[in-house]
Ligand binder design. Structure first.
Ligand SMILES: *Cc1c(COP(=O)(O)O)cnc(C)c1O
Length: 450
């Protein structure tokens, strides 16, 4: 019988997170205060984050201990399995070996609880009573709702209005875990009220929902804010994915030539790849590929400069590849990849050519998702399907070149709450949307000058 998956026992859950900031050839430029444009200090962030997370945000320490309370909850689904995609390899007729790490085994169905759990833990420890956060399609909101219920924190989620209407199942999951969900823009913040006055049917966007959640947290003493991607401490928490994978590859005596992850804000890509990138920085041959949608082509078409993380311009300015903070991405089905910028760590490493990037249209991505479902069985999240498409392309290239190689991708989540997207694809209703260069140029013109 062939071996298909590598499973580690609970005691092999990593005890420390890996921080790439200890090993990067160039650190990202410091985040700037949105008003003064001076570097932000810990006190600027303390209105919305607990000190433990602020310390992690700026830490350059290579290893950071994972608290026991977090490990105990991680053990509900971690270590996650590493699979060898035998049946996909056979279907492609490739000489390449394809592996994937499956993060869909978490209760929320994606990698996001790897960070929502520690974020809830540190907030609880700091005496915070409530978390305000945003969600696009609902993946992050449901992960935060799950973490809130585990640690006894109230969770308020500002959910992008159009998803709130079109994707009831994620909202129901959040409510099942005890969270309160508002469609955004909402009447509960100044920013939301301002938008609703001008446009009562505004479909909302992730940037707007972030502005509302930040305002809510900043204006209530017992409330903090939590972000599901982009920030350094989020990428730090996600390093458990790559650290486990390294042990699993060791067990099968293999090592990836290429690591592929879809990239929305960069957290699952950073999580799976950074522990391996440490080896690359130390001289090992390895490629890392970020896959993004061609409708929101942050790395492949954006500019590397300071921009806000939200639409209203309330967050610190960060040095990122960006399409402009009021960029309105089209309504593609991979909601988790519709963000105007990316983690400053991913951006700096891309700038320093340690990471590559490719962009695909959603029909090609769904074709890959269907081929994966019909060979490996799991129906992937539309976001994760971008990584599958990247892996299939690499495997077909290996076939053309007649070369053995080891391809590894992160399957960041399952798609069982995204079946409406599959229904559209199967009915031939999906459209590709190439974001026009001229509109990107327009959005970039409005960026703050630093
Ligand atoms: C949110 C999400 C993503 C995108 O976020 P990253 O921070 O880029 O990882 C990718 N896949 C799934 C399943 C998600 O829920």
């Amino acid at each position: 019988m062939q071996e298909t998956k590598v499973v580690l026992p609970d005691r092999e859950i990593p005890r420390q997170w890996y921080n790439i900031m200890a090993d990067m050839p160039n650190l990202p430029k410091p985040p700037l205060h949105p008003g003064t444009k001076q570097p932000v200090g810990p006190q600027d962030l303390s209105a919305i984050f607990p000190m433990a997370l602020i310390e992690q945000e700026v830490s350059t320490q290579r290893w950071i201990d994972i608290p026991e309370e977090v490990l105990n909850i991680y053990s509900l689904w971690r270590p996650s399995p590493l699979y060898r995609a035998h049946r996909l390899e056979a279907a492609l007729g490739t000489p390449a070996k394809i592996y994937y790490k499956y993060e869909g085994v978490s209760p929320a169905g994606s990698h996001k609880p790897n960070t929502s759990i520690p974020q809830a833990f540190y907030n609880k420890q700091a005496g915070v009573k409530r978390i305000a956060t945003e969600t696009g399609a609902g993946q992050w909101g449901s992960s935060m709702a799950l973490a809130g219920t585990m640690f006894g924190l109230d969770v308020t989620v500002y959910m992008v209005n159009i998803s709130y209407k079109q994707k009831p199942y994620r909202r129901i999951a959040m409510e099942t875990w005890g969270a309160t969900v508002h469609p955004s823009p909402s009447p509960f913040t100044n920013y939301g009220r301002k938008i609703l006055e001008m446009d009562p049917d505004n479909p909302g966007s992730l940037g707007m929902a972030i502005s509302e959640a930040v305002e809510d947290a900043a204006s209530h003493d017992d409330t903090n804010y939590a972000l599901g991607s982009v920030l350094n401490h989020v990428i730090l928490h996600q390093s458990v994915i790559g650290l486990e994978s390294k042990k699993q590859f060791e067990l099968v005596g293999d090592y990836p030539d290429v690591i592929i992850g879809c990239c929305g804000g960069g957290s699952n890509l950073g999580g799976v790849a950074f522990p391996f990138l440490q080896d690359k920085i130390n001289g090992k041959q390895l490629r890392v590929i970020a896959v993004e949608p061609s409708s929101c082509p942050t790395l492949t078409k954006g500019e590397f400069r300071y921009d806000f993380g939200d639409t209203a311009g309330m967050t610190p300015l960060m040095m990122m590849y960006t399409l402009g903070h009021d960029f309105m991405p089209p309504g593609i089905h991979a909601g988790g990849l519709r963000y105007h910028a990316d983690s400053q760590l991913v951006c700096q490493l891309y700038h320093d050519k340690l990471i590559e990037a490719v962009a695909y249209g959603q029909t090609a991505v769904f074709e890959a998702a269907i081929q994966f479902s019909r060979t490996e069985g799991i129906i992937p999240a539309p976001e994760s399907a971008h990584a599958i498409k990247g892996a299939i392309d690499e495997a077909l290239k290996a076939k053309e070149e007649g070369r053995q190689k080891t391809i590894f991708f992160n399957l960041s989540g399952h798609g069982y709450l995204d079946l409406a997207a599959y229904a559209d694809y199967l009915a031939g209703k999906l459209e590709d949307y190439e974001y026009p260069e001229t509109m990107i140029r327009e959005a970039l013109k409005k960026l703050p000058v630093v």
